[in-house]
Design a protein around this ligand. Structure first.
Ligand code: PAF
Length: 269
């Protein structure tokens, strides 16, 4: 479905900037599937539960624009201030019914985060009106939340989830990686290794031994805190304690290294 009788297909890649090859893969996916690719760069304050995290968020507009130009992005939407996104609220923004997504995993550790993500994506969708929305699998729970948002607001926009782009070491690309020293970047690969080990050793039965081993692996690599490491149902993200050999599973982790919070996930089945 590229062109329709009514017009061209618009693909949309929302970002918060500090672009890296992971974002460029979203641009490439949009360019391959649609006629016009629009990217937004907006560091959305309503999704940061920790003001210190917002203050530290990398802002690199000149480099971002260079990368987007090189990637052939057609349109960049870069609001100057939150007021540009949030000033007109008619009707007012709803409370989004995200159910257990708000109490599980990222939801538990970042209260209000997903309401903020839904607010900004909802506003951006109203402005951009894309046919297809491209989001990275690296933020797997965010993708599940956005699928619910689209359903809740009755949006015809199709969500396309694009695979995670990794460094050669396996480390998932992230804007936060720029805050890690070269030594920490090497230590950080333990996240990918722990997920790979879970996948390699998964078998029907209790999963706790796999989680214990992964946690140990992260500790030994120097991670100072693990918010969660979970083996969960691939759609609901409810934790699975005993695998029946059939339920679709995903492993998800969030952990701190050198004060930087990193997340990653891997499909297990
Ligand atoms: O994933 C992100 O960068 C952000 O959460 C998003 C989707 C651009 C909303 O601000």
């Amino acid at each position: 479905m590229r062109k329709t009788g009514e017009g061209k297909q618009i693909g949309f890649v929302p970002t918060m900037g500090a672009l890296h090859p992971g974002h460029l893969s979203l641009i490439a996916a949009s360019k391959a599937a649609t006629d016009l690719t629009i990217c937004s760069i907006f560091v959305n304050p309503t999704q940061f539960n920790d003001p210190a995290d917002l203050a530290k968020y990398p802002v690199t507009p000149a480099a971002d624009i260079r990368l987007l130009t090189g990637a052939g992005c057609d349109v960049l939407f870069m609001p100057d201030s939150p007021a540009e996104i949030y000033q007109v609220q008619d009707p007012p923004l709803p409370h989004y019914e995200l159910h257990s997504m708000e109490s599980l995993l990222e939801g538990a550790f970042r209260p209000g985060h997903f309401q903020g993500v839904c607010q900004v994506v909802h506003q951006l969708l109203k402005i951009v009106q894309p046919h297809q929305l491209f989001m990275g699998r690296k933020d797997y729970q965010q993708c599940m939340v956005i699928a619910r948002l689209l359903e809740q607001i009755g949006s015809a926009t199709r969500l396309v989830i694009v695979p995670t782009v990794r460094e050669a070491s396996g480390l998932a690309m992230s804007s936060r990686n720029t805050r890690l020293s070269p030594a920490a970047l090497t230590q950080a690969t333990a996240i990918y290794q722990s997920l790979t080990a879970i996948k390699a050793h998964l078998q029907p039965g209790p999963v706790q031994p796999l989680l214990d081993a992964a946690l140990q692996q992260l500790r030994e690599a120097g991670f100072e805190q693990t918010d969660y490491i979970s083996i969960a149902h691939a759609q609901t993200l409810e934790p699975v304690s005993h695998w029946d050999g059939q339920t679709p599973l995903v492993a998800l982790v969030a952990a701190f290294l050198s004060g930087v919070r990193l997340i990653d996930n891997m499909a297990l089945t």
